[in-house]
Design a protein around this ligand. Structure first.
Ligand SMILES: *Cc1c(COP(=O)(O)O)cnc(C)c1O
Length: 455
């Protein structure tokens, strides 16, 4: 007889993964290498060393080692909030009156409120191990900056965060969480960097963008002795660290012999999705199992569904390496009325290659539907979801409703990446019916694609 499935499937501390899984090792078509923006040749470890910590450079470039040990210091930090629960959404299933079985992996159980801590602690650890003084980074909505501040304070590292100016002003509470953990937070663009002053001169009064903030953070890291830059998504190393999400999910499902049919995740830069799907995609690549894997992105920033698969810059200042990815162009800035997160113009090169090769699907959704799904979910499952996570919730609900119509008992797993307590201004807009949907026109996208670097 089948075992009864509990509301929450917990793993024991002893079942916390001891190794991360490097999905690239099982890919026949490897993601294209990062290119040096000056020479247009693949970036070497030596060229990456002034920007990133040595160990992280090695992880970034390693496309053959399938399993990489998680250092004991990182595992013991993980134990503060991991293994995270895999929850059977019994109440949501009932509300939707669906025969589908819905599970979500909840990553909001730590103070930073999202999965980003999984990589922040790893990156801070390697910086400390190398004897560095500190790290610099950018943050948009603030989740990454918060996670990194927590990680840096744990290892006694200095943490300099460039926060997109509009968020700095509109999200004072996130900023204060970062300062509580000892980080210095500068609104970007700032007068502190050459690139910041240049951007301010060209666009006085600009409220900033992620691309600008990345340029400033990289400049400060490369011009100060003992500092390196760290990034919270997009990079291969970040997907590697986030594989802990997928490995735990798979272990929990295996305990009860559950085989998912559909795996869903929201996609900003691709780190939570890449982490969640890693072991499942590995099986798919090795021909051992099959899954439908769906990336969900906002209609206002549709990198997968309407972007170009091309080499592009990751930052507005065009000083970072070029990555081959689905991109909307590095100048693309999502409409100001877009409140639902996931606003990066590009996408992980690993996921881009997998999508290009037909291993996964993608869908773009309007933000009012996302907030409707968020609210429906909060009212039955209790958790107040982050707007980003709610993209995945929406798609899970859509798939579950299809099952209601067809009578199919599919098993759906989605990533619930975080909580939305700092996003109440967006929820307020939604409740007051002031939230609008925005879909860029083809002409707008064409204009942006015209500026893609010619490689
Ligand atoms: C940053 C963030 C995301 C999106 O980033 P990915 O790198 O695409 O995972 C999704 N959900 C939450 C809660 C986030 O903080």
């Amino acid at each position: 007889m089948a075992k009864e499935i509990p509301y929450k499937i917990y793993l024991d501390e002893s079942e916390l993964p001891t190794q991360w899984y490097n999905l690239r090792a099982d890919m026949e078509n490897k993601p294209a290498p990062l290119l040096n923006p000056a020479t247009k040749k693949p970036m070497t470890a030596e060229e990456l060393a002034p920007v990133f910590c040595d160990e992280l450079v090695a992880q970034e470039l390693d496309e053959t080692t399938p399993y990489i040990d998680i250092p004991e210091e990182i595992r013991s930090f993980y134990k503060m909030y991991r293994p995270s629960p895999l929850v059977r959404a019994y109440f949501l299933e009932k509300k939707l009156d669906t025969p589908a079985k819905i599970y979500y992996k909840f990553e909001g159980n730590n103070t930073s409120g999202s999965h980003k801590l999984n990589s922040a602690i790893a990156q801070a650890y390697y910086a400390k191990k190398q004897g560095l003084k500190g790290v610099t980074t950018e943050t948009g909505a603030g989740q990454w900056g918060t996670a990194l501040s927590m990680a840096c304070s744990y290892f006694g590292l200095d943490c300099k965060v460039f926060m997109v100016k509009v968020s700095y002003e509109q999200k004072p509470f996130r900023r204060e969480v970062m300062r509580t953990y000892g980080a210095s937070v500068t609104p970007s663009p700032s007068e502190e960097t050459v690139i910041g002053r240049k951007i301010l001169a060209a666009h006085p009064g600009t409220t900033g963008s992620l691309g600008c903030a990345i340029s400033e953070a990289v400049e400060v890291a490369t011009s100060n002795e003992g500092y390196r830059y760290v990034l919270g998504s997009v990079l291969n190393q970040v997907l590697l660290h986030q594989s802990v999400i997928g490995l735990e999910t798979k272990a929990a499902l295996d305990k009860y012999d559950i085989h998912p049919d559909i795996i869903i995740g929201c996609a900003g830069g691709g780190s939570n999705l890449g982490g969640l799907i890693a072991p499942f995609m590995g099986e798919k690549l090795r021909g051992e199992a099959d899954y439908r894997i769906i990336a969900v992105e906002p209609q206002s920033c549709p990198s997968f569904t309407r972007g170009r698969f091309a080499y592009d810059f990751c930052d507005t200042g065009m000083i970072c390496p070029l990555a081959k990815m689905y991109t909307l162009g590095c100048d693309y800035i999502p409409a100001p009325n877009h409140a639902g997160g996931l606003r990066f113009h590009g996408m992980s090169s690993t996921l881009s290659q997998l999508y290009h090769d037909g291993y996964m699907e993608a869908v773009a959704v309007p933000q009012t539907d996302v907030f409707e799904a968020a609210e429906e979910f909060a009212r039955v499952e209790g958790i107040l979801p982050a707007p980003e996570s709610s993209h995945a919730i929406l798609q899970a609900i859509r798939e579950a409703k299809k099952c209601r119509d067809t009578g199919e008992e599919k098993t759906i797993v989605f990533g619930l990446t975080g909580t939305g307590y700092f996003d109440m201004v967006a929820y307020e807009k939604f409740h007051d019916q002031l939230m609008e949907n925005y879909r860029p026109t083809d002409a707008e996208l064409q204009e942006s694609f015209a500026k893609l670097p010619q490689i």
